[in-house]
Ligand binder design. Structure first.
Ligand code: FES
Ligand SMILES: [Fe+2]
Length: 438
């Protein structure tokens, strides 16, 4: 449970807020590069509550510019993207990707206004098909963070984006809390009565939390029939990253960046990758297209729903949303899905979005399995305090290799120390395999 003040401090991310200030110290992944062709339509986006437009100029350089034109505020989302700049359709002012004014067609020849006015822009960098921006206070941004999924060859990775209608912290907490997985994501086909099903599944896991240079390791332990222990270690990387360990049948790593669009919407960037080899072609098709008409952890190509160009991230909204109950089907609870919700990410999104976009955490009652969630909140609150009151830079904001971490799933003898046994596998090494059999 949080106080109302702590809840506000953790969830609000607009300009001038403590959490917004913290997030602005990090590079933020914000758009798939392939969805922004040179001289193509500028796309309205919102990042940390700021109204922006993404475009790519004729030379292929990505730009991120304030939506409000610095002349008299016409939306640059209507802009003409041509000849190495974006031109406002109101009076024709034209800007390059750095916000410099290239043209003011209605101004007298020799006007010096061009030299005095600049559009607000943020630096953009593209790596492995994903666009990143830095919205922080430094004139010279820190290096891009090294995170394994964005460094391995592109053919090793599947990346998808979607908009979720809730605050970023609800989405983040949903993936830190791994206790939900064997319940929310389960199927009950042919499993007898629901009480038999619950009895047959070991749902009471033991959790261990460890602070790390990147954030937190959240380990859960399950006892196997032969008395050995199955450990799964999820990672939380500041400020909004989660890493999920491989399943034995699908030896791939995955995770999310939960990038705040505004206080009530989150850009969910999901990545799945294989560290050493090309991503399994059949798995790629399943993740990109869904499995037998259902959503997997990734948003499938067919799940998107058209929105007007004026909607931020118009191309990444889905047909599963709070208004339609995420296609909840009560009858399916009898026959297939424990939850009656169709598909993996849909189940997560439905529960994370919950009953309000910013959940009132003064109303909750945390339990043993919320150890990871509680620790992540404590870490975030301490980080806010350290940065804003003691002027200490947060973990990983300036050291690019801090985030070279991996999630882990291993089976260990019952008397093994999980941290000692798992630590060697938690370090990501480019081109190296897991180092164990998932
Ligand atoms: S408002 Fe954009 S050029 Fe006038
Ligand atoms: Fe989940």
């Amino acid at each position: 449970m949080l106080t109302a003040e702590e809840n506000e401090r953790l969830t609000r991310i607009g300009p001038g807020t403590p959490m917004g200030g913290l997030m602005r110290l990090y590079w933020l992944p914000f758009y798939p590069g392939g969805a922004l062709p040179a001289d193509g339509q500028p796309k309205r986006v919102k990042i940390l509550g700021e109204d922006l437009v993404a475009f790519r100029d004729s030379d292929g350089r990505p730009g991120l510019i304030a939506n409000a034109c610095p002349h008299r505020g016409a939306p640059l989302m209507f802009g003409r993207n041509e000849e190495c700049g974006i031109r406002c359709v109101y009076h024709g002012w034209k800007f390059d990707v750095e916000g410099n004014i290239l043209d003011m067609p209605a101004e007298p020849e020799g006007s010096r206004l061009k030299e005095r006015v600049k559009a607000k822009t943020y630096p953009c960098v593209e790596r492995n098909g994903v666009l990143w921006t830095y919205m922080g206070p430094e004139d010279t941004p820190p290096p891009l963070p090294e995170i394994e999924w964005n460094l391995v060859p592109e053919e090793n990775v599947v990346v998808t984006f979607r908009v979720q209608e809730c605050n970023w912290l609800q989405a983040l907490e949903g993936e830190i809390d791994s206790a939900h997985a064997p319940i929310l994501h389960s199927r009950i086909d042919n499993k007898g009565s629901i009480n038999d099903w619950i009895a047959a599944n070991d749902l009471r896991r033991t959790f261990k939390i460890e602070r790390q240079p990147f954030g937190l390791s959240i380990a859960s332990r399950r006892k196997l029939e032969d008395d050995r222990m199955y450990w799964r270690v999820n990672q939380f990387l500041l400020p909004f990253w989660t890493l999920v360990p491989p399943q034995s049948k699908f030896p791939e790593l995955s995770g999310h960046a939960w990038v705040p669009i505004d206080d009530e919407h989150t850009l969910c960037l999901m990545f799945s990758y294989t560290p050493k080899e090309e991503f399994y072609p059949k798995s790629r098709v399943i993740l990109e297209e869904g499995f037998k008409g259902r959503e997997t952890g990734h948003a499938s190509r067919s799940c998107y729903e058209d929105k007007p160009a004026s909607t931020p991230y118009a191309d990444f909204w889905t047909k599963f949303n709070p208004e339609n109950g995420y296609h909840f089907d009560y009858a399916a609870q009898e026959s297939t899905y424990f939850s009656g919700l169709p598909g993996l990410w849909v189940q997560d999104a439905a529960c994370q979005s919950g009953v309000m976009p910013i959940y009132d955490r003064t109303m909750e009652n945390l339990c043993v399995s919320d150890a990871g969630v509680a620790s992540a909140r404590r870490l975030l609150l301490e980080t806010l305090d350290d940065y804003h009151n003691k002027h200490e830079p947060p973990l990983g904001a300036i050291q690019p290799d801090t985030f070279m971490a991996r999630a882990v799933s291993v089976t260990l003898p019952s008397d093994s120390d999980w941290l000692t046994a798992c630590t060697p596998y938690m370090k990501a090494q480019l081109g190296a395999d897991f180092g164990y059999t998932p």
